[in-house]
Write a new protein. Structure first.
Length: 82
């Protein structure tokens, strides 16, 4: 499965103002206005921070529930040597 990422879905000229998670079609991120004169860097950073929070709370939790590829092998080896 591909790692979820941020996809910008709405622009104000060359400034990203809205995005979504590629793995969660119903999750959108909107920039919270910082100043009355937005910059591409500030708004891009803001969207990325929103996505990073989402990723940490939703997708990292999903990864924690499933065993890593090496975990099964270690369990088997431990069971065999006991």
């Amino acid at each position: 499965m591909k790692k979820p990422s941020l996809r910008v879905t709405k622009w104000l000229g060359d400034i990203p103002v809205e995005g979504e998670c590629t793995a969660c079609p119903d999750v959108t991120f909107k920039v919270k206005p910082i100043t009355h004169r937005p910059t591409r860097e500030e708004y891009g950073k803001n969207l990325q921070q929103e996505f990073d929070r989402h990723f940490k709370h939703v997708h990292k939790r999903q990864d924690a529930g499933s065993p890593a590829p090496g975990d099964r092998e270690e369990t088997t080896k431990q069971g065999e040597s006991a």
